[in-house]
Ligand binder design. Sequence first.
Ligand code: NAP
Length: 288
Amino acid sequence: MKKYLIIGGDSFIGQSLFRYINQIENNISIDKTTRRSELLDKHTYFLNLSDPEVSIPDKDYDTVFFCAGITSIQECEDKRELAELCNYTNTIKLFHDIKKLQSRIIFPSTSLVFDGHQKSYNPTDQVNPQTRYGYLKARAEKMLQESEYSYSIIRCTKLLSSNQSVLHNWINALRSGSKITAFDDMLFSPVIGMEAIKYIYQLSQVKQNGIWHISAKDEISYYDAACYMAELLGVDKNRVIPEKTHNKPVVYNPEHTVLDMSDTLKALNIQHQKTARETLREFVLNFK
Ligand SMILES: NC(=O)c1ccc[n+]([C@@H]2O[C@H](COP(=O)([O-])OP(=O)(O)OC[C@H]3O[C@@H](n4cnc5c(N)ncnc54)[C@H](OP(=O)(O)O)[C@@H]3O)[C@@H](O)[C@H]2O)c1
């Protein structure tokens, strides 16, 4: 029987992986961790990354998906010590525990380990994070790479899910006749969340240490994305108002956001990598 552990079982990626693996695999056991005591049961363990004595269950897991952490870029800036403790110190403490169990670590990471000056980044390109969030991810990645772990680092760009608040709110606002504002000087390379989950799962089955990228083929500004979404919804594009990031408290606005996904496409035999517009189209058309 294959045994999985999902650290951060309540996260978007953790919850989605739990459902996905249960759908496609038989004869498995999936444990999760949570910091919500009301959710504890025989397969759901308490874990708070800010606890000095953080630990995982002592079981012979085949694979551990590491999905917990402070994921707000702003929060990592505002609560630097807490972010360091959760996203680095205790994260690597758990990496050691996972290694002792001889389990494989799957570590979702981010395009923000790069500075975004290049049009696209290969997995082996030099990291140069410009945010605390990206810096802590880059350090945790380095720790995995320099130690004797069995690991896959999977860097993702922006994943779109039905509870992805910005795009979700835009669609609802546009449908109800309201105006919205969107940055015309900030880019993103969106990927459909469930597609990324499938790739993360498939990459977790590739038993070869390394870094993998998941990204759209190109990038789009939030303003162009909102106009395109208005078009898809059949509403007037003039209801999308452009705005500049310098008028808002944005932590960092990378020039570019695309990750080169060639290695992932090859390893998983993916024939077509979606563009940002193809991704947005699918997101809007499937939005309930
Ligand atoms: N989603 C994306 O677009 C994206 C893109 C690139 C990389 N990633 C990376 O993928 C991983 C998962 O992302 P996600 O979007 O699925 O995350 P998410 O939905 O934002 O969830 C983060 C999870 O971390 C948990 N958490 C926060 N502080 C914690 C603490 N002190 N102790 C224990 N758990 C704590 C949260 O618990 P509560 O539920 O209790 O708050 C939550 O379940 C993250 O490492 C993220 O950096 C995600």
